[in-house]
Design a binder for this molecule. Sequence first.
Ligand SMILES: Cc1cc2nc3c(=O)[nH]c(=O)nc-3n(C[C@H](O)[C@H](O)[C@H](O)COP(=O)(O)OP(=O)(O)OC[C@H]3O[C@@H](n4cnc5c(N)ncnc54)[C@H](O)[C@@H]3O)c2cc1C
Length: 204
Amino acid sequence: MDFSLTDAQKEIQARAREFAQTRVAPLSREMDERGEMPRALIDDLARTGLLGGPLPKEFFGGAWDSISLALCYEELGRVDSSVRGFMTVHTSLVAQCILKWGNAAQKKNYLPKLAHGEMIGCYALTEPNAGSDAASIETTAARDGDAYLINGEKIWITNGVVAKKCAAKSWDTARRITRVSFLKICACPRRRVWARKAKGSKSR
Ligand SMILES: Cc1cc2nc3c(=O)[nH]c(=O)nc-3n(C[C@H](O)[C@H](O)[C@H](O)COP(=O)(O)OP(=O)(O)OC[C@H]3O[C@@H](n4cnc5c(N)ncnc54)[C@H](O)[C@@H]3O)c2cc1C
């Protein structure tokens, strides 16, 4: 088996390494101290083509393969684990999830915005009583006219403080299946900070 990288994979690895060293490393200590990632860094990730890397070109991605994406995460994580955490949630758990399971309108609507960093994604699985055991989630999704009413409590959600769009896992009470819903996050009286994730990214 040939494990050598292709030229395209090497180019992505080099681009991510340069970005990590020149753009992330100088900010890393300040991000740790403030517990925040500057908005400009997300814009730079998008401009450098890293944010939407694995998305198809029609959605302003780079059509990367999985090895390229892993190389990008590896390079960012070498310098700052929180920036990698931000991207693994935003790009993989949310954008790639929409690409795989979203309908055509959701893809058209959300993927370009996620690739450009106009919209920040988060993925809400974990709850106070359910972590690794995703089958024990207590959040419910009940049909309410044309919409679903989602009720429950989530914790440890990377980007939860800043995200506008959330992929949330819940139990469909009528169909008795778990579903992932793409939710617009709006003002919610119970939304509060539970904990700050390690280093510069924030969880809710
Ligand atoms: C920095 C950070 C960011 C996070 N971001 C997100 C996020 O964006 N979205 C989100 O939904 N969640 C997020 N989480 C939550 C994370 O996914 C959960 O912490 C994880 O699912 C583990 O759940 P838990 O903490 O409840 O531990 P538990 O599930 O209670 O596990 C506790 C221990 O038991 C072990 N264990 C569990 N099940 C078994 C089993 N069947 N057999 C043997 N051993 C077992 C585990 O390995 C672990 O050592 C984040 C967590 C951290 C620390």
